[in-house]
Design a protein around this ligand. Structure first.
Ligand code: ZN
Length: 127
């Protein structure tokens, strides 16, 4: 964080000094958790609710989980009635990112899957 914003967050557990080496913009958060933990966090915080997956399904492996989520979100996109003012363009972008996350998980790259879901989450916040 830059010095101006760091002043207001003295109890923030992360680094409060600007990172001259990394050249990161103020407010950037680096996530050092294992990709499985990041994926689980996405599932718990928004993906299961948005895609309608059951939490029991989360034990079946990330390629299956992300495949089911992508399928469910694609079906939602293709429904005639989009519900309460849901932005079809945004949902289409979320479906694309969920599809990329699924493909990455199938290829065994859970870091890429987690990155794609992070972008999907940012998009989904626009609903
Ligand atoms: Zn700042």
């Amino acid at each position: 964080m830059c010095p101006i914003h760091a002043q207001g967050l003295q109890t923030w557990p992360g680094q409060l000094t600007p990172s001259a080496d990394l050249q990161l913009p103020c407010g950037t958060v680096l996530d050092f958790r294992a990709p499985e933990e990041i994926l689980r966090s996405h599932a718990d915080l928004w993906l299961t609710e948005l895609s309608g997956l059951s939490t029991e399904m989360l034990d079946s492996g990330w390629s299956d989980v992300l495949g089911q989520a992508h399928k469910a979100l694609s079906a939602r996109l293709n429904e005639g009635d989009k519900g309460d003012g849901e932005d079809v363009g945004v949902l289409s972008d979320v479906v694309t990112m969920a599809g990329l996350a699924h493909r990455a998980a199938v290829a065994g790259d859970l870091f890429q899957a987690a990155s794609s879901l992070s972008l999907a989450e940012t998009l989904a916040l626009k609903f």
